[in-house]
Write a protein that binds this ligand. Sequence first.
Ligand code: PAF
Length: 290
Amino acid sequence: MTEPAPHASTGPLVVHTPDELRRALADAGRVALVPTMGALHEGHRSLMRVARERADTVVVSVFVNPLQFGPNEDFDRYPRTLDTDTAVCAQEGVDVVLAPSVNTMYPAEQTVTVHAGAMGERLEGASRPGFFTGVLTVVSKLLHLVGPDLAVFGRKDAQQLAVVRRMVADLNMPVEIVGAPTLRDPDGLATSSRNVYLSDAERASALFLSRALEAGRAAASEGPGAVRAAARAVLDGAAGATPPVELDYLALVDPATFADAPADHRGEAVLAVAARVGATRLIDNVSVDL
Ligand code: PAF
């Protein structure tokens, strides 16, 4: 049971346009932005709590960004639940919900976009061409619209966090990017808006992802090769589950560049996995101390 935050009684101001947002943020003090695509769950709540602790005013954006969905992805069926999302924000003491329309965000064709370079072309970027261009373009627009002091992103989307950090550094954007820990259900499944698509049997198969990552992490003292092999062994077993776990990638990478961790890598690395279970594509990762 989630405890309501102190601001819960008043509820957030819901704004839809840049003008309404500007008015809402007059005298806002230190502002934190939590960018989301809605369908808010416990994982988002934990991001809001990180934001709440660090700022006077918390803004949650709710925008299903068409630019980051490929032609065969789930843009149309992505859950849109603004009323429930606003209620979640009220419970977490959020001050402003920014819920722009697609037309407000993209009134004309977006001819200028932001590219992540090589680090956005592998793993998620290789499986979902154009994904990080869509993410970075909308995140930079949201950062310009809100002008926050800090923005909070989940470490569950570790490559997204890395490319956003890189964009902010490379383009001298005056905002602190905060990475918040991944929230997991008691069975180990990382919370995700896409978990609602999973049947009970698919959910059981999906648990192989977090098991594989934990097996990899447990082999950290033996080096990168052992980490990859331990995780791979679990995923090999998952291919025979019902329904099967169809592996997209398993990678052990440098957390800042997302380049493969070499055999002599020492310090932190990210063990990342992506797989399809039924029609649902899931990603997860853990930090591994080598
Ligand atoms: O992580 C997400 O939900 C989205 O990629 C983001 C950061 C809100 C951009 O649309």
